[in-house]
Design a protein around this ligand. Structure first.
Ligand code: HSE
Length: 299
């Protein structure tokens, strides 16, 4: 009658892959318990760790919206009580809403006897992202659901591909203590991009993917560049370019905005470099005057 599931944090975009690339960070995430109830309704009973900020209403809560979409596809009415434990900070750029939706879907799927394969849960998680952030992007939900590094080649119809991850590729996450809503961070983006930017961006996405397949860290490093979202979003992130210089100097392959920010991510080859990058991040954020949490882990 009750199932609990965990879903991990994610880094979306990975610099050049706006809305099409993301990877999971397994060490952090959200946990959802779903319990069968006698009513035919979805009820969000409790949310821990959100400081009272997330909605309990079933049509606004990302767990309930995701489950509702799933039940509609099954043409079933099932009463469920939902208990959400947030391990991820809100508005952080670490895929917080995605992790909640994915954990809710995995728990419900198991409770109902696995009517869906994992990848078939994706559209329901995307429906929840639409409600949570105003855009149905899949670059957080897909890696949170499938793990590892994921490419969303197309949205219509969904075409999701798992990518290889070279051994020793580490991610350092820098989470400054302020919130940035995805909807706000998307509102500064342009609808149109110049042809020369489209060319640069495609080259970098292709380079990054080739680098992952070839375990070519130099190529990964050269490809971690974003000319279509980062320049507009950087203005929302105090000290962004100083941080970039400091992390590069500490040996990072590259860095960028994690999803829509304000968390930043850096990729490094090997644990020692990831550690040095974390230290450099602490130092530079102190200079900027921002409080920071730093995590690093192998991808
Ligand atoms: N691709 C999305 C964006 C990710 O950049 O807005 C949000 O986490």
């Amino acid at each position: 009658r009750s199932v609990t599931a965990f879903a991990p944090a994610t880094v979306a975009n990975v610099s050049c892959g706006f809305d099409i690339l993301g990877f999971a960070i397994d060490a952090m995430g959200d946990t959802v318990e779903v319990v069968r109830s006698d009513s035919e309704k979805l009820r969000v009973v409790s949310i821990e760790g959100d400081g009272g900020k997330l909605p309990l209403e079933a049509d606004k809560n990302t767990c309930a919206v995701a489950i509702q979409a799933m039940l509609e596809a099954l043409q079933q009415k099932v009463g469920l009580d939902i208990y959400l434990k947030k391990g991820l900070p809100l508005g952080s750029g670490m895929g917080s809403s995605a992790a909640s939706a994915v954990a809710a879907l995995e728990a419900t799927n198991r409770l109902l006897g696995n009517p869906f394969e994992k990848k078939d849960l994706l559209p329901f998680a995307i429906a929840a992202e639409k409600v949570a952030c105003g855009a149905g992007h899949a670059d957080n939900v897909a890696p949170s659901l499938l793990g590892g590094f994921v490419l969303i080649r197309d949205y219509h119809p969904l075409d999701v591909i798992k990518l290889p991850v070279p051994e020793g590729l580490y991610c350092t996450l820098l989470h400054p203590h302020y919130e940035l809503k995805t909807a706000d961070s998307r509102s500064v983006l342009r609808d149109q991009i110049p042809m020369k930017h489209a060319t640069i961006q495609s080259g970098n996405v292709a380079g990054l993917i080739a680098g992952l397949y070839e375990s070519d860290f130099e190529l990964i490093s050269r490809s971690l560049r974003d000319v279509i979202a980062e320049p507009y979003r950087a203005v929302l992130l105090p000290g962004f370019y100083e941080v970039r210089e400091a992390l590069k100097a500490a040996g990072a392959l590259g860095m960028g905005i994690s999803g829509s920010g304000p968390t930043l991510f850096a990729l490094s080859q090997g644990k020692e470099t990831a550690q040095a990058v974390a230290k450099a991040a602490e130092k530079i954020f102190k200079t900027i005057g921002l409080d920071l949490d730093v995590y690093f882990s192998e991808i």
